[in-house]
Design a protein around this ligand. Structure first.
Ligand code: AHM
Ligand code: MG
Length: 353
């Protein structure tokens, strides 16, 4: 029988690679994994319980919160609070940062940004959902952490990962040394190493975008979609269109099979829909570490200036050559629609059709 490596064992082994590490990051990852298992249990039995449906409240983005959103948020905050390695949690579900005031967390040096249950509007129809997390180091040990510690650029991430609650549950993470994936074995309740050193193919044949919004897309994105649909033997086009509408699931599939995921800017949403701090930056870190590419159509996602916690950004992420190809289309269509202000935010100026 082949040897099984659990997430816990793997983390301990990797910690030995960093002789000065005191184990805090390992414990933080362990806390996230434990909360993930609890959330997984509830997501799995969602159809059985009176837990489906909206909770009747809205989050900061004005979106309906699902009961499981709230549950997942509570689980992660509670695990990070009691774990003692994290001094601030920034969550999609909370307008402001959450300072962890417990005595044990007082000297904690890590910040966690999290989307506790991304794609949760899909829960009612049994579509995979996910948790996305990003870990930063506090900027200065001399002072209490504040919002500036959360607004670090993506390049400062020390770890990032996601948990996908799908046909099986997986935790995929990076600490900047490649990407490893662990599948939850429900019989022993452990995440087991199933996808060591994940690499995203440089080329792919899958494009993922909400084509229902086609009419609103910038010219370059429209042209790229047409390019994907054209027939060409050499590049094996037409490509396949696959869009689950759950970012973690779409990107996870593309990570394994190769592909591009796009959530572009439009005239009415000049910064797209997805959030930089707890959705795009962690996904960008993972995809880059797997050999892929993540930009806003022009600039590297991880290099973008972060001005606010719930900031949005357009995102083009996935197989390196596919993302570069999409960027070429955007640049060629630069005419009137593709401009940025000094913060790399898009300025929408003219007809884009
Ligand atoms: P959420 O954070 O409110 O769940 O929204 C994020 C989700 C992503 O998982 C997904 O890629 C995207 O929204 C889908 O949006 P759309 O329905 O506009 O295509
Ligand atoms: Mg989300």
């Amino acid at each position: 029988m082949s040897k099984v490596t659990t997430l816990g064992q793997f983390i301990i082994e990797k910690q030995a690679d960093f002789p000065y590490a005191k184990g805090e990051l390992s414990r933080l990852l362990r806390d996230i994994a434990i909360a993930g298992k609890t959330v997984n249990r509830e997501v799995n039995k969602a159809g059985l319980m009176d837990i489906l449906g909206k909770a009747g409240s809205s989050n900061i983005q004005g979106e309906d919160q699902q009961k499981l959103d709230i549950y997942a948020n509570e689980q992660f905050i509670s695990a990070l609070t009691s774990g003692g390695e994290c001094c601030i949690v920034a969550s999609e579900e909370n307008e402001d940062i959450i300072r962890i005031g417990s005595a044990v967390a007082k000297n904690a040096k890590y910040i966690v940004a999290i989307d506790p249950l991304d794609g949760s509007s899909n829960i009612d129809v049994n579509v995979p959902v996910g948790t996305i997390f990003s870990i930063y180091r506090k900027l200065s040990p001399e002072r209490d952490a504040d919002i500036s510690d959360v607004l670090q650029s993506g390049t400062a991430q020390v770890a990032a990962g996601y948990i996908i609650y799908g046909s099986s549950t997986m935790l995929v993470y990076t600490t900047g040394n490649g990407v490893n994936g662990f599948t939850l074995d429900p019989s022993i309740g452990e995440f087991c190493l199933s996808h060591p050193q994940m690499r995203i193919p440089c080329d792919g044949r899958i494009y993922s975008i909400n084509e229902g919004n086609y009419i609103h897309f910038p010219k370059g994105v429209k042209q790229y979609i047409k390019y994907c649909q054209e027939e060409d033997q050499l590049s094996q086009r037409p490509y396949m269109s696959r869009y689950i509408g759950s970012m973690v699931a779409d990107i996870h599939r593309n990570l394994i099979k190769g592909g591009i995921f796009i959530y572009p800017y439009t005239a009415s949403a000049p910064n797209g829909k997805l959030r930089l701090v707890y959705e795009c930056n962690p996904m960008a870190f993972i995809i880059e570490q797997a050999g892929g590419r993540a930009t806003n159509g022009k600039d590297r996602i991880m290099g973008l200036q972060v001005n606010e916690l719930h900031q949005r950004t357009p995102v083009f992420i996935g197989s390196r050559n596919m993302v570069m190809q999409a960027e070429h289309f955007l640049q060629d269509a630069i005419d009137l629609s593709f401009n940025y202000n000094e913060n790399s935010a898009f300025i929408y100026s003219a007809d884009t059709h």
